[in-house]
Write a protein that binds this ligand. Structure first.
Ligand code: PLP
Length: 313
């Protein structure tokens, strides 16, 4: 089956979905997007879309920041996505990328007096970080861009230049991922992931005021830790040196899942392997996103209506 896109208000083969070279968003980064996982459950022959409503609620907020008119409600966006996934016929994990953008073919930096458009594509995504053996990180020489510059909470395409600079620098230096600090030196996040530290019997993660994207996986980890493991998460600013003294650390993200951080700036985190709590949370998370934990069925939207188990409906 050829890959499909939802583009210009209709479904079409991905190969036919093209934009002009003058498109505003291409020149000025004036778009906002999201990344949603579809997780294949072999026993149920279902692709479950994970927390799709939450992703589209976040996207609506990003569009407000960028003055993009997204002409679909959250429920309509969910329906369009389900239809696209069905049409695409995947029987494996997928990654869904909706993107709303300033579509006018016009030169001139601004947000006003421009047309908007929206598309969704669905694709497979190879493992983003090594969730099994863990991730080696460095703190980046690039600082996380501040809310007063481009708001991180908006998932705005232009802001990802900041992430790309950090990621490429980290890779060139032989690391898997970068950890960006805020301008005043506090830990913010990875290039495409939120970060957690295990300090004693608590989890600690940076607050939204430290220029993070408010991740859906971050929220998932906080809820699973609290409800399933009885572990509280404290949202507070984190010093760089706490990265070096933490018992465990991990990233969370739709692409990255829950990925252990085993080294920061050539110092092992904890024992230098995957920590006990990280492992527990990771196992819980994988169960939940594949629709295998009844307490969290609400987070998993089935895409194959013929196969929905009565216990779910
Ligand atoms: C910069 C950044 N931080 C954090 C995240 C994690 O967010 P989520 O868990 O919603 O995918 C992402 C990925 O979307 C990201 O790009």
């Amino acid at each position: 089956m050829p890959p499909y896109a939802f583009f210009h208000k209709q479904f079409m083969p991905l190969s036919e979905a093209k934009i002009g070279i003058l498109t505003h968003a291409l020149h000025y980064g004036t778009a906002c997007f999201d990344g949603i996982r579809g997780n294949w459950n072999q026993e149920e022959e279902q692709l479950f879309l994970f927390r799709i409503k939450d992703h589209y609620q976040r996207m609506h907020k990003g569009c407000r920041i960028l003055k993009i008119d997204l002409p679909y409600s959250v429920d309509e966006l969910c329906q369009l996505t389900i239809e696209l996934v069905k049409k695409s016929g995947y029987r494996e994990d997928v990654y869904i990328r909706p993107l709303a953008y300033k579509s006018s073919e016009a030169i001139g930096v601004r947000l006003h007096d421009l047309e908007d458009d929206f598309f969704i594509i669905v694709a497979t995504l190879p493992a983003y970080l090594d969730a099994e053996t863990g991730v080696r990180c460095c703190t980046s020489s690039w600082r996380r861009i501040d809310d007063t510059m481009i708001p991180a909470r908006g998932k705005i395409t232009g802001i990802y230049v900041n992430s790309a600079l950090a990621k490429t620098e980290a890779n060139a230096r032989g690391f898997d991922e970068a950890i960006l600090l805020t301008h005043d030196g506090h830990v913010s996040e990875g290039s495409g992931e939120n970060i957690f530290l295990v300090l004693g019997d608590k989890l600690v993660t940076p607050p939204s005021s430290d220029n993070i994207l408010l991740g859906i996986t971050r929220d998932t980890a906080i809820q699973l830790a609290q409800k399933e493991l009885g572990i509280e998460t404290i949202e507070r600013s984190i010093d760089r040196s706490e990265l070096y003294t933490a018992d465990e650390a991990f990233f969370t993200g739709t692409a990255a899942h829950v990925s252990p951080i085993i080294e920061v700036d050539e110092r092992p985190v904890g024992s230098g392997g995957i920590g006990k709590l990280t492992k527990e949370l990771q196992q819980l998370y994988f169960e939940v996103i594949k629709g295998k934990n009844a307490s969290y069925f609400d987070w998993c939207t089935p895409t194959n209506s013929k196969k929905v188990k009565t216990t779910r409906s």
